[in-house]
Design a protein around this ligand. Structure first.
Ligand code: KG4
Ligand code: ZN
Length: 349
């Protein structure tokens, strides 16, 4: 019998209600209820709709997770929940449920960081993270390079986006091409049939002067505008839009910058291990190009299973289990959801 901590994790920061049970780095159950279809016709997540969907989904999701796991709630060592960042009303549903559950069971409660969970999730596939590690975190709302010395307590952000997140750029470009929300998976698929060299789109913050001030930062808003301008010009000329080529060329611009800056940061900080995380980490081109460039630079790369890259409860549970294993004290029961929780705060104390 393993002595690794048995932890239930609750995720409700955006449009996925996720509840998982892990033992250390092993998944026993991972249930996700998505409200993405309710938002699709609005082209983005509607916060009020998301909160209501979490309220409806959370208890059935909990029941399914417990029954699939083969353990009982009284066996748990702790409960972990996403404390932030995310949509306030959505976070509150998960945090309230976690407080009630932990309180009723008399178990410690860990309010953890959603973004750090996106990095921690890799441990479910590949075991404890090497230290230090350079994490490329690419989600719908965030894009950062992180120096991770200890996933439970020591994370330094060395670069971030100065405007849109990578996932946000995918979603906005999809929208302007008339593609459904969320745009990332659709563009990923369409790009496979397109030519990444068909159109040269700009690589944000890679010019010599930008690199002086923003060496490890990102910018995707100019790229999105460039795609919009290109499409408008073609439409005005009555040309048919080569959607697959636009997708492939846009995706190449995003992945080129993300991977080049990741390798440059790992090299500058003398870190040998790179880890990928966040919803955009499911992207096939990003995974492939990062692998190529890490191999060329002599860096080892860890990529979580694509199915675990988007929001889920397992990423929260595994981070909670790491907190328990590291002997971190639980969060005070009075802690609140924090929609702007900084990525450098893995645990609310
Ligand atoms: O991490 P996540 O599930 O939620 C946030 O915490 O934001 O990320 C969602 C984002 C969306 O913008 C979605 O379009 C993007 O991840 N995404 C992808 C892919 N799958 C999801 N982007 C590019 N390629 C994909 N295959
Ligand atoms: Zn996320």
């Amino acid at each position: 019998m393993s002595s690794a901590p048995l932890v239930l994790g609750i995720e409700s920061s955006c449009d996925e209600t996720g509840i998982a049970i892990v033992r250390g780095t092993e998944i026993l159950a991972n249930e996700v209820a998505s409200s993405v279809e309710l938002h699709a016709r609005f082209g983005g997540v509607v916060p009020e709709v998301a909160s209501r969907a979490h309220l409806e989904a959370i208890v059935p999701c909990l029941r399914r997770a417990v029954s699939a796991s083969g353990v009982t709630l009284s066996d748990l060592d702790a409960v972990a929940v996403t404390a932030g960042p995310g949509l306030m009303g959505a976070l509150v549903v998960g945090v309230s449920a976690a407080k009630v559950l932990a309180g009723a069971l008399g178990k410690p409660l860990y309010g953890v960081n959603h973004l750090v969970g996106h990095v921690a999730v890799d441990m479910l596939d590949h075991g404890p993270l090497p230290s230090p590690a350079l994490a490329l975190l690419v989600s719908g709302g965030h894009t950062s390079l992180l120096l991770v010395r200890d996933i439970t307590s020591d994370i330094v952000e060395i670069g971030t986006t100065i405007d849109d997140a990578a996932g946000e750029a995918y979603d906005k470009v999809a929208r302007l091409l008339g593609l459904p929300y969320p745009g990332g998976p659709v563009i990923d698929e369409l790009a496979a049939a397109g030519d990444p060299k068909a159109i040269h789109f700009p690589r944000g913050l890679t010019g010599r002067r930008d690199l002086e001030r923003h060496r490890f930062d990102f910018s995707f808003s100019g790229l999105k505008t460039a795609v919009a301008r290109w499409v408008e010009t073609e439409q005005r000329a009555d040309h048919e839009i080569p959607v697959a080529d636009v997708c492939a060329s846009f995706q190449e611009a995003v992945c080129d910058v993300l991977t080049a800056k990741s390798v440059a940061a790992a090299t500058a900080y003398e870190v040998r291990d790179v880890v990928l995380g966040g919803g955009v980490a499911a992207n096939s081109r990003l995974r492939g190009l990062l692998e190529e460039r890490c191999a060329t630079a002599g860096l080892s790369l860890r990529r979580p299973n694509p199915a675990l890259c988007t929001d889920n409860g397992a990423m929260v549970a595994v981070l909670g289990a790491a907190m328990v294993a590291a002997g971190r004290p639980p969060s005070p029961i009075t802690f609140g959801a924090d929609s702007g929780l900084p990525v450098e705060t893995p645990l609310v104390t």
